[in-house]
Design a protein. Structure first.
Length: 228
């Protein structure tokens, strides 16, 4: 297994597994994260997943850099023997287009497709949650069809509603909270992804499988009205 280790300040290191963003690399990152957390290494405070990297924050007074590096090297040898935890498959209903997906038409035009083709191509794959990103519970998903890859907006919106489903280059994701954002919004899900009042506030976790499902306005309203 090829990887590099770099320091990121005096209390962090980054394990990098190359530049290829794919399912295998993502699973390696997730496995190492799970192993580190399950071992409860004294001095390790936090692990942060990326597409091809794992950032490890530690307390130097509790574990030295050399000891941490030696420990990580031992754990890396066990990755190939470690099975992924059972993966959850979660269906995300989406109302595409119109006011709920103001950029859907532009995504279609920029890729020389009909709107219906964009929806079809977006709902076909099984997406993997690579990691949760820039806002609480924001899932970065692997598996977007290259035919609908679309650049970010030149001028980001000041406010994107929670539940908005977007595309940015070769990525797709869902805004779990209302925030500024520059992703192309193609639809909206009535399913909440983040609830700060819950013991486990995030609907999604790294490693989950996501399947988008196109729904009608009537179905969308029924889900909204059935929420507690």
């Amino acid at each position: 297994m090829r990887y590099t280790v770099k320091t990121a300040g005096d209390q962090s290191i980054i394990i990098n597994f190359g530049e290829q963003i794919n399912e295998q690399t993502s699973q390696t990152v997730q496995k190492l994260s799970n192993i580190i957390e399950s071992n409860g290494i004294i001095g390790v405070e936090e692990v942060v997943l990326g597409y091809t990297t794992l950032l490890i924050n530690y307390v130097p007074t509790k574990i030295s850099y050399d000891t941490l590096l030696s420990t990580i090297k031992v754990l890396l040898k066990d990755i190939a023997l470690t099975k992924m935890e059972e993966r959850n498959t979660i269906e995300i209903p989406v109302l595409y287009g119109n006011e709920m997906g103001p950029d859907l038409v532009d995504v279609a035009k920029l890729n020389h497709l009909a709107v219906e083709e964009v929806i079809k191509l977006h709902t076909e794959p099984d997406y993997s949650v690579y990691f949760l990103g820039f806002s609480p519970g924001f899932p970065f998903l692997g598996g977007l069809n290259e035919k609908i890859a679309t650049p970010r907006l030149e001028n980001p919106r000041k406010k994107v509603q929670a539940g908005s489903v977007g595309i940015a280059n070769y990525q797709t994701g869902i805004y779990p909270v209302t925030s500024p954002g520059g992703w192309r919004i193609i639809g909206h899900t009535p399913i909440p992804l983040f609830n700060s009042n819950d013991a486990d506030p995030f609907l999604l976790s790294p490693g989950d499988i996501i399947k988008f499902k196109s729904i009608t306005k009537k179905e969308y309203d029924e889900i909204i009205n059935s929420r507690p």
